[in-house]
Structures are given as structure tokens and as C-alpha cells.
Design a protein around this ligand. Structure first.
Ligand SMILES: Nc1ncnc2c1ncn2[C@@H]1O[C@H](COP(=O)(O)OP(=O)(O)OP(=O)(O)O)[C@@H](O)[C@H]1O
Ligand SMILES: [Mg+2]
Length: 308
């Protein structure tokens, strides 16, 4: 990574639910991008359960995000470690989660800024499960945010919650007026007494307080464009889950969601994780590896799949 790279994209992989395949997708995206001659960095931003190094087949790194957060003399570049893939570097997550699972606000800002300043074509953030503020903030600094879902009601429910929480947090961070912030906070609770059910209701309500702010928020709503990847698909019916989610997000949240593609439930996937080698690493042409390449292509080119 000798020369300075101008164009860079930050990609966040989240999803709300645990164990759905976030780290599997993040590690394979990293490998695919690196193999296409893009100097890339994978960041294990799962502050409570870092395991991305294992997905890549490297031993627990001796330097991690904890060192960066706890030692002010270190730069983020100082905790980069090599991976078996030439163009792919890793920033390993914190092992002692008590240390940085709840970083101070100033530490978090320093971390987010340093991630944005990394010299790479692509920076991929592997997020933890849940919708903690830290996780949402990692998701929101990304140029492209991806949610991994599986065709199970619990996963879908968590993904909606994730999208809604991320959207309201984004709107709240954009507004400086205390009154507007209060309204957004109230709107996040399902049974608010303001009669706000959807983000569009919220913006209508805010228009009565401040027209300019409501226009700013409306613009942010239109630009908020999460991507979804459906993992562990078993039947043709399962694929509909992705399209159904897309439609519901349009209807209830007023946002466009791109459905990047799906990956089947595949014996070779868990075997690859057991072997600690990303499935896309060594010219694997299984269905899953091909699906992952299509998903990467759609992500980079702002494309999506459509119902047949
Ligand atoms: N397409 C698939 N086919 C078969 N098994 C899969 C598939 N995707 C994921 N898995 C299984 O799910 C497990 C969990 O995947 P992964 O660790 O990527 O999830 P995660 O969302 O990152 O979990 P966490 O929230 O704990 O970080 C894998 O170890 C693998 O065995
Ligand atoms: Mg994970």
C-alpha cells in the first residue's frame, strides 16, 4: 500500500441478529476485493466478540483495536496485520472486551476518524450483533451499509429494528435543535403520544417546528439506502423474503433498500469456516463462491437482483 489512494469506500456489514453470516460475508468480500487488485482493509468492529482473524485463518493477532484505543501514541496503521491474501490487511478486534466494548465518546470519535483516514481502496467493517449505539455509528460512517439476513422471522424482525434504529440515529445526529432531537427520540418509541408511526410522519411533524430542518431530514431519508444480503437460503420461497423486506421498507420507512443477492445454505460454507479459509480464497467455483462474487459485483456497481 505504498502510494496514497484517493478513492475509497467504507462498507459496513451488520444485521442485528447473531450468527447469520456477517463475518462470513465480510471476510469473503475482503478476499474478493483484494483479489481484484484493490488494497483493502478488514476491520473487526465486533467489539464484544471479535473472531474475524479466525475466519481468515490467522492466529490471534498480538496487536488489536484495544491497543489503538488504549495507547494514544499509536496510529491505526500500527495495528494493521497481514492476511494470507496479498492485498488484504486486517485490524483485529478487541479480545478483552471489557476494555473497549464501551469506549468513551472521545475514543470512539478518534477511532471512526482514523478508520475514515485509512489508506485503502476498500475498508470493510464487520459489525457485531445487536443495535448498540457503537454498532449503529460504525454502520452510519459507511458509504454502503449491508445487512445480512436469513429467512427466519427473528432475523427479519432484528433487521427491521436495525434499519429503523440506524435511520432515526442518522436523523438525530443531523439535527442540532434540542426540540427536534426530543421529537425524534420520542418517535423511536412505538407508542409515542405524538401520533408518529413512520419516518415520514416524523418529518411531517418536524415541518411544523422547522421547515428547513424537515427538508434536510427528508433529503437524508432519501439518501439512506441500506443493502440486504439473504443468507442460508434453503428453498425458492425463501428468496421471496428479500423482496418482501424491500417492499415493507419502502412502505413503512419510505426508503429504498437494494437486494444484492442471496447465498444458499451450503455444506461447503461451514466446511470453509472449519478449515479457517474463506470459500473464495483458492479459486473455489462452488455455487456459494459464485453467489458471493455476484453480491460483491452488485454492491460495487449499485446493482440489485429482481424478482423473476
Ligand atoms: N450459507 C451458509 N451455509 C451454511 N452455513 C452457513 C452459511 N452462512 C453461515 N453459516 C454458518 O453460520 C455460522 C455463523 O457465521 P458467522 O460467524 O459469519 O455469523 P455472524 O453473523 O458473524 O455471527 P456473530 O453475530 O456471532 O458475529 C458459520 O460458522 C457457519 O457455520
Ligand atoms: Mg461475526
Amino acid at each position: 500500500m505504498g502510494q496514497l489512494i484517493n478513492k475509497k469506500d467504507i462498507i459496513a456489514i451488520g444485521g442485528g441478529k447473531g450468527g447469520v453470516g456477517k463475518s462470513f460475508l465480510a471476510s469473503n468480500l475482503g478476499v474478493i476485493l483484494a483479489k481484484n487488485n484493490n488494497p483493502s482493509v478488514l476491520v473487526d468492529a465486533d467489539l464484544g466478540g471479535a473472531n474475524l482473524h479466525t475466519c481468515l485463518g490467522i492466529p490471534t493477532p498480538t496487536v488489536t483495536l484495544s491497543d489503538f484505543v488504549n495507547d494514544s501514541s499509536l496510529k491505526l496503521e500500527d495495528v494493521l496485520v497481514r492476511t494470507p491474501e496479498k492485498n488484504l490487511m486486517l485490524i483485529s478486534g478487541a479480545q478483552d472486551f471489557l476494555g473497549i466494548a464501551n469506549p468513551k465518546y472521545s475514543q470512539k470519535i478518534k477511532l471512526l476518524r482514523s478508520i475514515q483516514a485509512l489508506n485503502a481502496s476498500y475498508i470493510i467493517l464487520d459489525l457485531g450483533a445487536g443495535t448498540s449505539l457503537n454498532t449503529l455509528d460504525f454502520f452510519l460512517i459507511a458509504d454502503k451499509g449491508v445487512l445480512v439476513i436469513i429467512p427466519e422471522p427473528t432475523s427479519i424482525e432484528n433487521a427491521y429494528r436495525f434499519i429503523k434504529s440506524a435511520l432515526y440515529r442518522k436523523l438525530k445526529l443531523l439535527s442540532t435543535d434540542v426540540k427536534v432531537k426530543e421529537v425524534i427520540e420520542k418517535a423511536m418509541t412505538k407508542k409515542n403520544d405524538l401520533g408518529i408511526g413512520t419516518p415520514l410522519d416524523l418529518i411531517d411533524y418536524i415541518a411544523k417546528i422547522d421547515k428547513d430542518v424537515s427538508e434536510l431530514l427528508f433529503d437524508a431519508l432519501n439518501k439512506f439506502r441500506p443493502r440486504i444480503v439473504l443468507n442460508q437460503v434453503r428453498t425458492v420461497q425463501d428468496i421471496r423474503t428479500g423482496f418482501a423486506m424491500q417492499n415493507a421498507c419502502q412502505r413503512y420507512f419510505g426508503i429504498k433498500v437494494d437486494f444484492l443477492g442471496y447465498i444458499e445454505n451450503d455444506e461447503q460454507v461451514w466446511q470453509s469456516i472449519r478449515k479457517r479459509q474463506p470459500i473464495t480464497q483458492n479459486g473455489n467455483y462452488s455455487k456459494s463462491a459464485r453467489s458471493l462474487r455476484t453480491i460483491a459485483y452488485n454492491l460495487l456497481n449499485d446493482l440489485e437482483i429482481r424478482p423473476e
